[in-house]
Ligand binder design. Structure first.
Ligand code: URA
Length: 191
């Protein structure tokens, strides 16, 4: 199990010098769905919870409308646990420094289905080398880590655009996300 006190005081990369809070994640211990973003933004850094700003409002409205899932039913987290200054994309070294924390969370929570939001999450979860423009909606099956691994269970998932891209890109990006979330709904129904 992840040592939360150790994570809260982590100094494995320089983001520890500028963060206000380590944003670990929120949601139930054994969720059917794990939602994974990139890194906390300003509101998350202040509030200590992932996706509590505009991106999160859009994300959870779409999840409710297309999948019928509420925020408190999923475990929500980010690949990188501390805010990159100015909300820049986390650097490779920062992603690597956080990798063991993120990997341990996927093992501990062992969700049936994972949703990756944007390139950083899609690469971390599915090893995609192409961007989400090409890989969104593609169903990926990964060996489930942790306790369930002995029974050969799998986690399935897919990537879609990050909701911040939808806020910038408008209705065409939202429409693509809606289509991907309908595929996610079928994955959850089959899980
Ligand atoms: N963007 C993310 O990727 N994660 C958050 O928690 C907030 C914004």
């Amino acid at each position: 199990m992840i040592d939360l006190d150790e994570l809260r005081s982590c100094t494995r990369c320089s983001l520890s010098a500028t963060r206000q809070r380590v944003v670990i994640g929120s949601g139930p211990q054994h969720p059917r769905l794990m939602v994974v973003g990139e890194a906390p933004g300003r509101y998350e850094d202040e509030g200590g919870e992932p996706f509590i700003g505009r991106s999160g409002r859009l994300l959870f409205a779409l999840l409710r409308e297309e999948v019928g899932v509420e925020r408190d039913e999923c475990f929500v987290t980010n690949v990188v646990k501390c805010r990159p200054p100015g909300n820049r994309t986390p650097a490779r070294g920062e992603i690597l420094a956080c990798h063991d924390w993120f990997d341990a969370q996927v093992k501990d929570y062992a969700p049936a289905v994972v949703l990756a939001l944007g390139n950083v999450a899609a690469r971390a979860l599915f090893d995609f080398t192409e961007g989400v423009g090409l890989t969104h909606g593609r169903i990926v099956t990964v060996a489930k880590k942790g306790a369930d691994a002995v029974s050969g269970a799998v986690t399935r998932g897919l990537a879609t655009y990050h909701p911040a891209a939808a806020l910038r890109g408008g209705s065409s990006v939202v429409d693509v996300m809606r289509g991907d979330l309908r595929i996610l709904k079928r994955l959850l129904e089959d899980a």
